[in-house]
Design a protein around this ligand. Structure first.
Ligand code: XMP
Length: 523
């Protein structure tokens, strides 16, 4: 195992994911919460200290658990610091760190020293991603500088005798193209790890775990959202529990064009999941009448969902003559890293999260959780889905917010007319993207309705019709995003088709903004 101690960097999950992509089992522990005991229970062969937003000289700056450096020295476990991790090592080993005169953010060239452990014989200049405001002003004894930025600042240091290595830049991000080579050297040569971890191992482990946890007469329930996570989680549990798993798909009336028919077909025909579809559209729309504020929309939709789910499980209880014991959730690793130690590590157990689907279930439901994906990242879940026979087109679907189209009726009332317009515009846009073979190039593409009516001329007649906005973005993880740049002809053709086919739309806008400063959704 390669253990990542998290000091709060936005890239920590990425380090863990990169290591797994290289075939090595990796987990992450919060440095603020991890005890030395928790570290020891994982018996890591390599420990990485992540970046983070703090400065090591601040009072109360986060550090490694007490006794950490004695532990790694006694057991010969190599340690790798990244960014804040480097500065922490320097400060702990007797060097010093101060605010930098020249802060380094963004792409930068660094020059390695040949013959070092970190770079081997490769002393060619490489482009790396820097993001730091502090710098090393005094090196700790026994350490040598093995790379400098072209500006002369320290980019990497090592002390092979102590087994401690550190990088000021981020080798895990794609803007550091040779970073992956450095990670490989660290994992395989320094840490002696092997590349035999596969996502299939998690599948088998989870199937075995569920088989030994649930009793032969226990039942489980699961809310399917139509998204990848809940579908993969239910499919895994279904392998063990068969028809003792009871799934519900709630049509809240806020779904995309033909969404219900499309996902129900996948659930039933491709995956043979036992799933009931509850048609609750009019119930949701009645509650949303006259509501414009997006946060209120979200709250109302969340509460209504729980009411429908509660009703479903009460009916089920009557049919079965007993309460279902388990709740299946598609929780992923990024949701639990902070609150849930990896397998084998004793710690606090985590409770039902306020997930957009089933957050805030009434305490009377008292369900135990089955979360077969909680050690996995999204890309790994997609791989598992493929192994489980979930159609590729389904696994690659763009994300869709829990509150559905309601949040894309901007500044307006969620009426059936607005929703119908939105569905049609969204379908023209998405179908054109698929036809052009561009769908898999983007993170998300969708339409929103703007609260603006303007004068137009359509078919020789003056109109006073609505406006829609189209949004398409690329992104790695939804945290930041860039707008997708279509060819002009593509946008022209989509705009024409929307105005020609969707009554009540005479203007189409395209959103050019990235995230930040905008968000991906419009609400
Ligand atoms: P923003 O708009 O915050 O969205 O940039 C980032 C990503 O999250 C999706 N999103 C949601 N997903 N439930 C979800 O499952 C929600 O309530 C929700 N709100 C936003 C959004 O579509 C984008 O991909």
């Amino acid at each position: 195992v390669a253990l990542v101690l998290d000091f709060g960097s936005q890239y920590t999950h990425l380090i863990t994911r990169r290591i797994r992509q290289l075939g090595v089992c990796s987990f992450c522990l919060s440095a603020a919460e991890a005890s030395l005991d928790a570290v020891a229970k994982l018996a890591p062969s390599l420990i990485l200290l992540s970046g983070g937003p703090h400065s090591v000289y601040e009072p109360g700056a986060p550090s490694v658990p007490p006794g950490f450096f004695d532990y790694v020295r006694d057991r010969g476990v190599p340690v790798v610091g990244i960014c804040y991790g480097l500065q922490l090592i320097v400060a702990q080993m007797g060097g010093s760190v101060e605010p930098a005169a020249n802060r380094e953010y963004g792409s930068m060239d660094v020059v390695p020293v040949a013959g070092s452990v970190l770079y081997g014989d490769d002393d060619s200049t490489q482009s790396v991603w820097m993001s730091h405001g502090d710098e090393v002003v005094e090196m700790p004894r026994g350490f040598v500088v093995v790379a400098r930025s072209v500006q002369g600042s320290i980019a990497a240091i090592e002390n092979p005798d102590l087994g401690i290595y550190a990088l000021q830049y981020h080798p895990e991000v794609s803007h550091s193209p040779k970073g992956i080579d450095t990670l490989k050297r660290l994992l395989f040569e320094v840490g002696g790890l092997t590349d035999d971890w596969k996502v299939q191992d998690v599948l088998q482990e989870q199937i075995d775990l569920i088989a030994t946890t649930v009793g032969p007469d226990d039942h489980a329930i699961c809310a399917l959202s139509g998204g990848v996570d809940s579908t993969v989680a239910a499919t895994i549990v279904h392998k063990v529990m068969g028809d003792r798993l009871h799934c519900v798909f709630v049509d809240n009336g806020l779904l995309r064009y033909k969404e219900r028919e499309r996902v129900m077909e996948t659930f039933k025909r491709d995956l043979h999941l036992p799933v009931v579809c509850v048609d609750a559209g009019s119930q949701f729309l009645a509650k949303l009448e006259g509501v414009v504020d997006p946060e209120r929309k979200r709250k109302i939709i969340g509460a209504e969902f729980i009411a429908v789910f509660d009703e479903f499980s009460r009916k089920l209880e009557q049919e079965l003559g007993k309460k279902p014991k388990y709740l299946v959730q598609g929780t992923l690793y990024p949701d639990v890293i902070e609150s849930c130690p990896p397998p084998g590590v004793v710690g606090h157990s985590h409770t039902i999260k306020s997930h957009h689907n089933v957050g805030g279930l009434p305490p009377s439901m008292k369900l135990l959780l089955l979360e077969p994906l909680k050690w996995l990242f999204k890309d790994e879940v997609r791989k598992l889905g493929k192994l489980l026979g979930i159609p590729e087109g389904f696994l690659k679907r763009h994300p869709f917010p829990g509150p559905g189209l309601a949040v894309r009726v901007i500044g307006g009332d969620v009426t059936e007319e607005n929703l119908e317009t939105l569905r049609l515009v969204d379908e023209v846009f998405t179908a054109s993207i698929k036809e052009a073979g561009l769908y898999d190039e983007m993170w998300q593409a969708f339409a929103g309705i703007l609260p603006v009516k303007t004068v137009g001329v359509q078919g020789d007649k003056r109109t006073h019709s609505g406006s829609v906005v189209l949004r398409a973005v690329t992104s790695e993880d939804g945290m930041t995003a860039e707008r997708y740049t279509f060819k002009r002809e593509f946008l022209d053709q989509v705009t024409r088709e929307i105005c020609n086919t969707v009554v009540d739309v005479n203007r189409v806008f395209y959103d050019l903004t990235s995230k930040p400063p905008a968000t991906i959704e419009w609400e």
